[in-house]
Ligand binder design. Structure first.
Ligand SMILES: Cc1cc2nc3c(=O)[nH]c(=O)nc-3n(C[C@H](O)[C@H](O)[C@H](O)COP(=O)(O)OP(=O)(O)OC[C@H]3O[C@@H](n4cnc5c(N)ncnc54)[C@H](O)[C@@H]3O)c2cc1C
Length: 443
């Protein structure tokens, strides 16, 4: 660890010790002849037991390991600012994407190598400690949800890691009841290596760029780091902020001041409970439909997971997984998210999905849980804290995240996902970092 002023020189500088950054730092520093500097805006201390409890999301206003970005939907967009990044504060759902989701990925991402990279994370003895939610952890709503859908849809076998179109019991990155972050899985072992230098509390402002194309390092307040290669792993929002503050021809922030990206938009179907839910994991089980929805059975009202959120009602969320544009816009202090309405076809699909959920909540399986007449469908979709794809592979970067039209700059985080998938992004971002990290380490 070192302080955040002066200058450093390294073979590689990685910006962001998050889900992807921790993997890269570990893999690239295995060769002790390669010097690696890892810059993280969050603190050096790891979250304590209360913040690692999988029954809580430590993302409230003022949370020590998160920052909150503004949006035009009236909801904040929090992100982890910690060793482990968003993996240190997220819901712990760690589902792979469906095999078909990789069909649109660039050459190099064949299914066999994708499967091997996932296996490192979620296979037997895998690094992320992945285990399914147990029957005891489902809660009454999760159990009713699975009883309702099991006769109506396929059900993934607990030991299978590829999800199905049908019921998918969530698998979680965990050590028993606590969140297992990318820092626990990758960084903890690597930090004693003399060739890996971590600088915490170090928000990177911009890239050092020569003639609009050649990136020579990064600038973070009083600290300059010069490196043969800069890898941005600051998450889709953090990386966009750095790109938009830098003078890169490939981004041209002066012209647009923004980057287009994707999100998962979801329509909440809320209800009142007959009796309070027992505390438990946030999201125990989901249904994946053949019209690209993920129907998420949250265990309780979000007020029970996040401090300071006013009590509202428990919900089942009907989320469109393939198509939902948004913009990441530069502001004087960071970035702001602006959302377009989903297209009419997606809106219609979400509406139909919501009606199926209304029927479900009125069915006998939920009779002991839901107060009759209390079910309502939101008028406008929310979003999932999953922003991705502002610098997609195959379009703005090559298949290993090398940014087209630049020298010395690579991006490996949610920004380079070339599409949305049928599941949440976490497992897939880490899978991508495993594969890219292995290939770069072998160079
Ligand atoms: C509250 C929440 C719940 C979620 N739940 C789930 C879930 O259950 N399942 C799922 O699949 N997905 C979930 N997600 C999404 C998932 O966690 C993220 O998509 C994933 O962790 C992103 O990985 P990343 O490496 O791209 O970025 P991150 O893990 O966010 O890492 C980025 C790192 O870069 C650092 N950084 C940012 N800017 C700078 C800068 N300028 N200088 C230095 N450092 C910087 C950040 O502090 C952070 O440590 C959730 C996200 C949130 C916020």
């Amino acid at each position: 660890m070192t302080s955040s002023s002066g200058s450093l020189r390294a073979d590689v500088v990685i910006v962001g010790a998050g889900s992807a950054g921790c993997v890269l730092a570990e893999k690239l520093s295995r060769d002790d002849s390669r010097s690696v500097v890892l810059l993280e805006r969050g603190p050096a201390s790891l979250p304590g037991p209360a913040d690692r409890d999988l029954r809580r999301l430590p993302i409230h206003d003022g949370a020590p390991y998160a920052v909150r970005h503004e949006t035009d939907l009236g909801l904040a967009a929090p992100r982890g600012a910690a060793l482990g990044g968003s993996s240190a504060v997220n819901g712990g759902y760690f589902l792979r994407w469906h095999p078909g989701d990789f069909a649109s990925w660039p050459t190099g991402w064949d299914l066999e190598t994708v499967a091997a990279a996932y296996e490192e994370l979620d296979g037997p003895g895998g690094t992320m400690g992945v285990e399914p939610v147990s029957d005891d952890e489902l809660g009454d709503a999760g159990a009713a949800f699975e009883r309702y859908w099991s006769p109506r849809a396929d059900v993934r076998a607990a030991e299978d890691r590829w999800p199905v179109t049908g019921v998918n019991r969530v698998v979680m990155n965990r050590t028993g009841p606590t969140r297992r972050s990318a820092a626990d899985a990758y960084l903890a072992t690597a930090l004693s290596r003399p060739n890996l230098v971590l600088v915490p509390d170090c928000p990177v402002g911009r890239l050092e760029v020569v003639r609009g194309r050649t990136v020579t390092g990064v600038r973070a307040g009083q600290l300059t780091v010069t490196a043969g290669e800069v890898i941005l792993a600051a998450g889709t929002l953090g990386t966009a902020g750095i790109l938009l503050r830098s003078e890169l021809e490939a981004i041209d922030p002066a012209r647009t001041g923004q980057l287009a990206a994707g999100e998962h938009r979801g329509l909440a179907v809320s209800y009142r409970r007959r009796s309070p839910a027992d505390p438990g994991v946030v999201l125990p089980t989901v249904l994946h439909t053949d019209d690209d929805l993920e129907i998420r059975c949250y265990r309780d009202d979000f007020a029970s997971f996040i401090d300071g959120v006013p009590p509202s009602r428990p919900m089942v969320e009907v989320t469109a997984m393939r198509s939902a544009p948004m913009r990441i816009v530069a502001t004087p202090t960071g970035v702001r998210l602006e959302f377009d309405d989903p297209d009419p076809a997606t809106t219609a699909t979400m509406g139909e999905g919501a009606q199926r959920v209304v029927e479900m909540l009125r069915a006998p399986e939920f009779a002991d849980i839901v107060v009759p007449g209390s079910v309502t469908v939101a008028s406008r979709p929310g979003f999932s804290q999953h922003a991705w794809g502002s610098m997609p592979m195959g379009t703005r970067t090559d298949w290993l995240g090398g940014v087209y039209g630049t020298h010395g700059l690579r991006i490996v985080d949610g920004s380079v996902l070339p599409s949305g998938g049928h599941s949440g992004p976490h497992a897939t971002i880490m899978m991508m970092a495993c594969r890219i990290g292995d290939l770069l380490a072998a160079r």
